[in-house]
Structure formats: structure tokens, C-alpha cells
Design a protein around this ligand. Structure first.
Ligand SMILES: CC(C)=CCC/C(C)=C/CC/C(C)=C/CC/C(C)=C/[C@@H]1[C@@H](COP(=O)(O)OP(=O)(O)O)[C@]1(C)CC/C=C(\C)CC/C=C(\C)CCC=C(C)C
Ligand SMILES: [Mn+2]
Length: 412
């Protein structure tokens, strides 16, 4: 049945006594206030209006963890995450290889609802334009169907991130995140709660997007609530997958792999995953000081200790030689993930390559800026100036014109 139709009389709205118009109003009010407003109407998720499950949490990559009787894991985070990559790649392979050939189902023209759906997408576009200007500009080259689908996913990710990072973060509990996950299930079942969810419902009914990366992003937010230290890189990798690698897996089914590409689907998904990991590692390296002021240290504890450093050094914010050597290694690792990602961007459909190259080139430059700041990421925020962005964008555009590999790829 049409998403738009279910949207009007959705069981969750009925059971909550909230009507369609109220949901729409929620979506609208979302745009009324300025940058640091509450992106999610937390009312419903906070007050427990959502469906309850018998056993609390349901699925996530955690369920794929193989544990010994003593509770130890027998797989690395990378192996666990690879299962999700294979699952998403298989879903896409079952459909057509490229969304160029993918039949985008037309919205069922229910009078009055078509306009609402397109209004919902427009609102997603507005959020995207406000929060991610350069990226939004890049999406302008994509086909309208893909562009609006990416907007809808962007908005869901942004709202999810805002739950733990936004103005209402201190009220967010694991139970609230469970309800946000129930709401996600409703989105995938064609029962969106508000108009922004409605756009996502429509997107996931048109493109071969698996729900698992979405669930996993919520799992990353749970992790942020319960954890402020990471024992080693394996633990950090899992966190980075949850909050950012997932974005790569959500985006590729929309962006599409070029029909002429001979790269394997898995290799493209691996590259997408790598870009998410690279971005998040960069984000962590940029925000060391800011995170420390919130009592958080994302850097692997064992690597800090090996470098002769501890949390105290980070809280004190001293840029010492030990710190510089440590940071050089961390930056080197992040760059390797960017290198892995680069191998896959060229395989994407032509119009999708530019926004990805643009975001890759600009995010990667943050690492150069950390170096230029002599590794002071305690009190100086590394950022890419407008002029540097202006120089980088034509380079990204030129890269996007390089056609995909035409021979069977050996990309891992
Ligand atoms: C073309 C493109 C970049 C598409 C992605 C669009 C999209 C759906 C973005 C969602 C981003 C988002 C809101 C994620 C929520 C979690 C989060 C905030 C992660 C951090 C992003 C940086 O944001 P910011 O600097 O604002 O962080 P603060 O919250 O302020 O701390 C992340 C670091 C991760 C973002 C991850 C990506 C953009 C992954 C991109 C990967 C692809 C698009 C796959 C490309 C395909 C190949 C084959 C390489
Ligand atoms: Mn954030």
C-alpha cells in the first residue's frame, strides 16, 4: 500500500491520539527556530508514546557478535561489520546493479498526499542546505529522485545524531533510543510518524536500502550514552562504524554503482564504509579538546599508553613531542582509510561522484589543518577556510569525471 496513504491514518498516530496534522506541525515547527533547535520532536520518544517490545532492545550488530561462554568475542569488529556490508551488497545485487536501471516506483497519486510528500522532501532539502551547505550543493548534480532520497537519509541521520549531541541530549535515555528505533521500524513498515519520517518511508520503499545500518547508527548513540573510553582501536572501529560507516552503507544504494563499473559490489560498499570510518576518525582527531571538556576520550587507551600518554595529558591539553608523535600515527591511520575510500568513489554512478569527492577531499583536508596547527587540537579547531574550499572543489569535480574501472577490479 502507498506510504502516503498509510501516513494519513497510521496506527501509531491513532494509538497515541495524535493526528496527522499534528505530525505535520511537528515537522514544520522543526524549521521555525534557528541552528541549535531540537531537530527531533522528543516529546514522543521521551514520554514513551512508542510501541514497547517484550524484551526491550531487539536487533543490532551486537546480535551478530560471536561470544565464548566466558563472554569474550571471537570476531574482530571489522569481521562483524563485514557481515553487514555483505548483507547490504546482496540486497542491492538482488535488485538491479545500478539505480540508473532501477525502476523508481512513482508515488501513488492519492489526491492531497502527493503534495505533502513533495513538501516533506523539500523540508529535508532545507535542513540539508542549512547543515551541510557544500554537500548539498554537490547533490544538485544528482537526479531529482536520488537527491531527495539522500536528503531524507541525511535528515534521519542528523536527527539521530541530535538526540545525543543536540540541545535535549541530557534528557535522552536508552529507553528513548529504543523508542526512536521502534519509530524507525515503523518508517520501514510504511507507518511514518511525521512528515520527515514520511520522506524516509518513501525513500526506503523506492531504493534497496537495508534497515540494519540505520539500527546500527542508533546502537552507536547508545554506545555514546554508556561509554566514554575506548580500550583499543577495535572498540573504536566499531563505534566509528556505528555512527559513520553506516552512512556510507545507507548512501550507496541511493547513489548507485555505475553500470559500466566492473568493481564488485562488495568492494564499493567496503570503500563506502572506509569513507565513513575515515570521516569519523578525522572528526575525533579534530575534536579532542572539545570532547575532553565533555569528559570524553575517543582515542584508543592502549595506544595512548604506548605513547606514554594518559587521559590527564589530554585534559591538561599539553602539546608535547609525545603528543605530536601520537597524533602523526593517528592521522596516518585516518589517511589510510581515506585512501581505501578513494578506490571506490570512481565506481559510483557519474552524477553521484562529485558530492562524494567533494566531501572526501574537504574532510581529508581537516587532517592537514591539524598538522598546520602543530597538532594543537585541544584549543584550536582545525577547519578548512572558504578559499581552500574554493580551490578544492574544482579538483573534486575533475576527479568526478574519471570513469569507472572497466576491468574486473581487484579492490578488496
Ligand atoms: C555524498 C555524501 C557525503 C552523502 C552522505 C549524506 C548523508 C546521509 C550524511 C549523513 C551525515 C550525518 C548527519 C551523520 C550522523 C552522524 C554524524 C554527525 C557523523 C559525522 C559526520 C560529520 O558531521 P559533522 O562534522 O557535522 O559532525 P558533528 O556532529 O558536528 O560532530 C561524520 C563524521 C560522518 C559522516 C559520514 C559520511 C558522510 C559517510 C560518507 C560516505 C559515503 C557517502 C559513501 C561514499 C561511497 C563510496 C564508494 C566511497
Ligand atoms: Mn555529532
Amino acid at each position: 500500500m502507498s506510504v502516503a496513504l498509510l501516513w494519513v491514518v497510521s496506527p501509531c498516530e491513532v494509538s497515541n491520539g495524535t493526528g496527522f496534522l499534528e505530525s505535520v506541525r511537528e515537522g514544520k515547527s522543526f524549521f521555525d527556530s534557528s541552528r541549535h533547535r531540537n531537530l527531533v520532536s522528543n516529546e514522543r520518544i521521551n514520554r514513551g508514546g512508542g510501541k514497547q517490545t517484550n524484551n526491550g532492545r531487539k536487533f543490532s550488530v551486537r546480535s551478530a557478535i560471536v561470544a565464548t561462554p566466558s563472554g569474550e568475542r571471537t570476531m574482530t569488529s571489522e569481521q562483524m561489520v563485514y557481515d553487514v556490508v555483505l548483507r547490504q551488497a546482496a540486497l542491492v545485487k538482488r535488485q538491479l546493479r545500478s539505480t540508473d536501471e532501477l525502476e523508481v516506483k512513482p508515488d501513488i497519486p492519492v489526491p492531497g498526499n502527493l503534495g505533502l510528500l513533495s513538501e516533506a522532501y523539500d523540508r529535508c532539502g532545507e535542513v540539508c542546505a542549512e547543515y551541510a551547505k557544500t554537500f548539498n550543493l554537490g547533490t544538485m548534480l544528482m537526479t531529482p529522485e536520488r537527491r531527495r532520497a539522500i536528503w531524507a537519509i541525511y535528515v534521519w541521520c542528523r536527527r539521530t545524531d541530535e538526540l545525543v549531541d543536540g540541545p535535549n541530549a541530557s534528557y535522552i535515555t536508552p529507553a528513548a533510543l529504543d523508542r526512536w528505533e521502534d519509530r524507525l521500524e515503523d518508517v520501514f513498515n510504511g507507518r511514518p510518524f511525521d512528515m520527515l519520517d514520511g520522506a524516509l518511508s518513501d525513500t526506503v520503499s523506492n531504493f534497496p536500502v537495508d534497515i540494519q545500518p540505520f539500527r546500527d547508527m542508533i546502537e552507536g548513540m547508545r554506545m555514546d550514552l554508556r561509554k566514554s573510553r575506548y580500550k583499543n582501536f577495535d572498540e573504536l572501529y566499531l563505534y566509528c562504524y556505528y555512527v559513520a560507516g553506516t552512512v556510507g552503507l545507507m548512501s550507496v544504494p541511493i547513489m548507485g554503482i555505475a553500470p559500466e563499473s566492473k568493481a564488485t559490489t562488495e568492494s564499493v560498499y567496503n570503500a563506502a564504509l572506509a569513507l565513513g570510518i575515515a570521516n569519523q576518525l578525522t572528526n575525533i582527531l579534530r575534536d579532542v579538546g572539545e570532547d575532553a571538556r565533555r569528559g570524553r576520550v575517543y582515542l584508543p587507551q592502549d595506544e595512548l599508553a604506548q605513547a606514554g600518554l594518559s587521559d590527564e595529558d589530554i585534559f591538561a591539553g599539553r602539546v608535547t613531542d609525545k603528543w605530536r608523535i601520537f597524533m602523526k600515527k593517528q592521522i596516518h591511520r585516518a589517511r589510510k582509510f581515506f585512501d581505501d575510500a578513494e578506490k571506490g568513489v570512481t565506481e559510483l554512478s557519474a552524477a553521484s561522484r562529485f558530492p562524494v569527492w567533494a566531501s572526501l577531499v574537504l574532510y581529508r583536508k581537516i587532517l592537514d589543518e591539524i598538522e598546520a596547527n602543530d597538532y594543537n587540537n585541544f584549543t584550536r579547531r582545525a577547519y578548512v577556510s572558504k578559499s581552500k574550499k574554493l580551490i578544492a572543489l574544482p579538483i573534486a569535480y575533475a576527479k568526478s569525471l574519471v570513469p569507472p574501472t572497466r576491468t574486473i577490479s581487484l579492490l578488496s
